[in-house]
Design a protein around this ligand. Sequence first.
Ligand SMILES: [Zn+2]
Length: 86
Amino acid sequence: MLWRSCVTQENKARSRYEEDVYVNNHTSVWGSYWRDGTWGYACCHQTTKNSYCLGKAGTQVKQEVAEQMIANMEAKAAEDAAALQK
Ligand SMILES: [Zn+2]
């Protein structure tokens, strides 16, 4: 959980007025991210307003899911190829 310590250090460095702008530990404001017609937070790619920030883990999870999907597709293709050879 390296990202967690990074986020904490960032928050300590932030000035008072910035804390008032960035809610729920987000490091970007609502509306800094846009996906499928929905606004969200650029820092964690969440599209639920006033949700608690997941930080880099939020974007990482999505990346891992995408990578997992590609891996699954490749595994399926390999399976199909093996099945054809039988
Ligand atoms: Zn966030």
